[in-house]
Design a protein around this ligand. Structure first.
Ligand code: BGC
Length: 358
């Protein structure tokens, strides 16, 4: 219980910091801004539409602040030209480090080069900027994400000893390097288990309504679909909504990633069989520590730092482990860690709520 209260307090604290960070996100990009002393980090997000990114931002900003750094957060709203402008702005402001959640993994090579020429360190956060000499790429192991999604389907009796099975893949943005990493690993496991990929479609810019549109326009295909792999839980939300309009929610197993609250609710309700929990607190904390170290000119230390070949460059890589979440371990992994509250996860099915840890 005490741990639980501690987690709640921490969550409240992060929320306050988050509000402050939100304010900063609105900072206009004028040249007249006061130069803050100490370490300065610029952070450019793809967008905050997906639930997890607000948590990434709040934890990163709060940890960086504790370590003596100021973070200027910008939101590119899914617009790659805007993201480039934000990086230019950070270069003009002479930031020590720029942390980028890139919209397009193949579009920022020049921006990175410009920043590096200006002596600024670059961190590719969660998404790799391909063929660029970044000072750190930090993410969850995306291959593991895809493998876990596929294994959940095999565990559900699709493919494997039973053979056969038809799976539909509704993936995320094709410009996000994570997407192909997740999908390649997913397909490998499916193939090893004799499963056919019926179709593979992608939601440009991670726009979830595109996943729903796919379901509406492929009703005949759904008849022979044994499971749907969704690129993330936000896509799964729209897919399950569209399935429920056809009275099919719960009949076709759905998997996703991020452990969004809505996905966790669906897992206890029975309309999604699994999600991948990515402890973003760990990612954001480690990224903030590493960014401050880079700003101080230190080399990245730690057993978790490996080397990754990124086109023509060898770059430091930190890969964190995700966790597969289903009906059996959701109470331990999601509620036990404080990622979501029990009351929230079981909001629509209070009768199923575990009573044990009160
Ligand atoms: C992240 C996912 C996220 C998606 C959409 C991906 O790069 O790995 O966690 O759901 O982007 O924002």
């Amino acid at each position: 219980m005490r741990t639980c209260r501690g987690i709640l307090l921490l969550a409240a604290l992060l929320l306050c910091v988050g509000v402050a960070a939100c304010g900063r996100e609105e900072d206009d990009q004028t040249e007249s801004e006061e130069q803050a002393p100490g370490i300065r980090i610029g952070m450019s997000f793809d967008s905050f539409v997906i639930e997890r990114w607000q948590r990434d931002r709040d934890v990163f900003v709060s940890v960086a602040k504790e370590l003596g750094a100021e973070v200027n957060v910008q939101n590119a709203n899914g617009d790659i030209e805007e993201q480039k402008k934000q990086i230019d702005y950070f270069i003009r402001k002479g930031m020590d480090v720029i942390v980028i959640i890139c919209i397009d993994s193949d579009a920022l090579q020049e921006s990175v080069e410009k920043a590096k020429d200006a002596g600024i360190r670059i961190v590719a956060y969660d998404r790799l900027i391909r063929n660029a000499d970044v000072d750190l790429y930090i993410s969850f192991d995306n291959e593991m994400v895809g493998t876990m999604m596929a294994q959940a389907l095999v565990d559900e009796g699709i493919g494997g000893e039973n053979g056969g099975g038809n799976v539909l893949m509704l993936g995320g943005s094709p410009t996000d390097s994570n997407v192909s990493m997740v999908e390649d690993a997913f397909v490998r496991v499916m193939e090893d288990n004799g499963v056919t990929i019926l179709d593979s479609a992608h939601a440009q810019g991670w726009k979830a309504e595109l996943a729903a549109a796919y379901i509406y326009s492929h009703e005949a295909l759904l008849e022979k679909t044994d499971a749907i792999m969704c690129g993330n839980d936000d896509l799964a939300t729209q897919v399950v909504r569209a399935l429920s309009e056809n009275r099919m929610a719960g009949d076709i197993p759905v998997v996703g990633q991020d452990a969004d609250l809505a996905a966790c609710q669906r897992i206890v309700e029975g309309t999604q069989i699994m999600t991948v929990y990515k402890p973003v607190e760990k990612l954001a904390t480690r990224a903030a520590e590493a960014s401050v170290a880079l700003a101080r000119g230190e080399s990245l230390q730690g057993e978790d730092v490996t080397v990754l070949e990124n086109g023509n460059y060898e770059i430091p890589y930190i890969g964190l482990e995700p966790v597969s979440v289903n009906r059996d371990n959701i109470d331990d992994v999601i509620i036990g860690s404080g990622f979501h509250l029990k009351e929230d996860v079981y909001l629509n099915v209070p009768e199923k709520m575990p009573q044990t840890d009160e």
